[in-house]
Design a binder for this molecule. Structure first.
Ligand SMILES: [Zn+2]
Length: 332
């Protein structure tokens, strides 16, 4: 029997799953190390694999990794990722050297779109886009059957598309007006504050629960969506503003890549399909603002496993474009 290992490297969690060709047979997860040095992350992964997958490791054919970026694919490293305390994480080579298996590294969303094509909503489709709305916003694209990568593997940083030409808010990357600075889980509270500060303070708004949370300084993105769902007028107003910018982001991506299907993952989108995915669908599936035929837009059927299954998919059937960029494989 042949096995494949998939690894989802996130800023908070690392998840590892063993796949036997027809399904995941075992999975583990642990917190992403925040102490130590640039070897802490690969070392934790290696130790976990040796401990948890000891019995099958000999039968593992290949290992796929879907990781936070930015990446330098030629060297197999994460470089300057926000939200992790290490400037550089040497990811692929240490794992490859110790376990003596090919390790295929890709950006998390790039892995996810490949997973959609193998296991999810893009089966049999040659033009697909995966968009995640989570702590940040990211994307992966398959165009004419080929995975889009760019010179180092970062050709899909759609969270940094300018959706606000007035450039009101600054993004963590240093740019202004970027999609992620308004509509990602980490930044919705900041955008909500911006909107609330500038609205006329009517009695209706001031008596709303969201206004109270804002005054206390304890507003979270979950609150914005749950209160909007409960009918809070101010939360609904904020969601309207977020939706306008989500529509601008999706519209730009669809006009750029002409996909047949757009699947949406990430915790913010998946927990709030009614308020994040549906409103965008309503505008764009009828083709408003699009030069191309509207694609299907749907939440990923792979749910929280989109990146993990994507990592497994790139190990099972490595896209030739990706293999060509991974120069470190020559060291095996
Ligand atoms: Zn940015």
């Amino acid at each position: 029997m042949k096995f494949f290992l998939g690894i989802d490297v996130g800023a908070t969690w690392i998840r590892i799953a063993l796949h036997d060709g027809s399904g995941i047979v075992k999975r583990v997860r642990f917190r992403t190390p925040r102490e130590g040095d640039e070897r802490s992350v690969p070392n934790a992964i290696i130790e976990t694999i040796k401990r948890e997958f000891r019995d099958c490791i000999d039968k593992v054919v290949a290992i796929g990794i879907g990781s936070i970026g930015p990446l330098d694919l030629a060297k197999g490293v994460i470089v300057g990722a926000p939200n992790v305390p290490f400037k550089r994480i040497d990811l692929a080579v240490p794992i490859m050297e110790v376990l003596r298996k090919p390790v295929y590294l890709a950006n998390d969303c790039v892995a996810a779109v490949w997973g959609e094509r193998m296991f999810g909503a893009a089966r049999g489709v040659d033009n697909a886009v995966y968009i995640t709305i989570s702590t940040g916003i990211g994307g992966g694209m398959i165009i004419n059957g080929a995975l889009l990568l760019g010179k180092k593997g970062n050709a899909h940083e759609i969270g940094h598309i300018v959706v606000d030409v007035e450039r009101r808010l600054r993004c963590n990357c240093g740019g202004y007006g970027h999609w992620e600075a308004y509509c990602s889980g980490a930044n919705i509270p900041r955008f909500a504050s911006y909107v609330i500060e500038r609205l006329p303070p009517t009695r209706e708004y001031r008596s709303s629960k969201l206004y109270r949370l804002w005054e206390e300084g304890s507003l979270r993105s979950e609150d914005v969506y749950s209160l909007a769902r409960a009918g809070d007028p101010l939360a609904r107003r904020v969601v309207e503003e977020v939706t306008r910018l989500n529509v601008a982001g999706f519209e730009s991506v669809i006009n750029l890549y002409d996909p047949e299907v757009v699947t949406v993952g990430g915790s913010v989108a998946l927990k709030n399909v009614d308020l994040v995915v549906e409103p965008v669908k309503q505008v764009l599936e009828v083709g408003r603002g699009l030069l191309t035929d509207p694609p299907r837009i749907e939440p990923t059927p792979l749910g929280d496993d989109a990146v993990l299954l994507g990592a497994i998919a790139i190990a099972m059937e490595t896209p030739p474009q990706l293999r060509g960029l991974l120069k470190y494989l020559e060291q095996l």
